[in-house]
Design a protein around this ligand. Structure first.
Ligand code: HEC
Length: 114
């Protein structure tokens, strides 16, 4: 194997390693804009005063492909969350689906063991 192909192989290895998690190294705000803003117009009010750990577990379970992005996102959601208990900032309770009403789209669970 010549030097050229060895370098090409190395490059391929490096590329495949970085392709594993496209979200690696993105900030919470960036992650939100990329993968959440389509359905949630604003990050504000999503955290709803939840503990960071609760949020983190929720995000990891439902949305993000890695612990790192779940962590970055939960920090971000908390940082922009509307402060709880301020007058005039009542948090609207989540509306219950009526019988027979179609469910809103949800992202599929992440594929495990990738
Ligand atoms: C395909 C559309 C879609 C995408 C994309 C999406 N969500 Fe959601 N999300 C929903 C729906 C639908 C709900 C349930 C809303 C409800 O119950 O009021 C939800 C609920 C949530 C909740 C709980 C809110 C609550 O009221 O309890 C959080 C937090 C959340 N999403 C964060 C995120 C984050 C962070 C991302 C990006 C990684 C994201 N979502 C991407 C559709 C989406």
């Amino acid at each position: 194997m010549g030097l050229g192909s060895a370098a090409a192989l190395l490059l391929m290895l490096a590329n495949s390693a970085s392709a594993e998690n496209l979200d690696a190294g993105k900030s919470g705000a960036r992650l939100f804009a990329d993968s959440c803003a389509a359905c949630h117009r604003s990050a504000r009010g999503l955290a709803k005063g939840r503990f960071r750990l609760t949020l983190y577990l929720f995000l990891q379970q439902h949305y993000t492909s890695s612990a790192d992005s779940a962590s970055a996102l939960s920090t971000y959601l908390q940082s922009v969350d509307a402060p709880a208990g301020l007058p005039g900032r009542k948090v609207k309770p989540t509306r219950r689906l009526q019988q027979g009403e179609p469910r809103p789209p949800r992202p599929p669970l992440p594929v495990r063991g990738r």
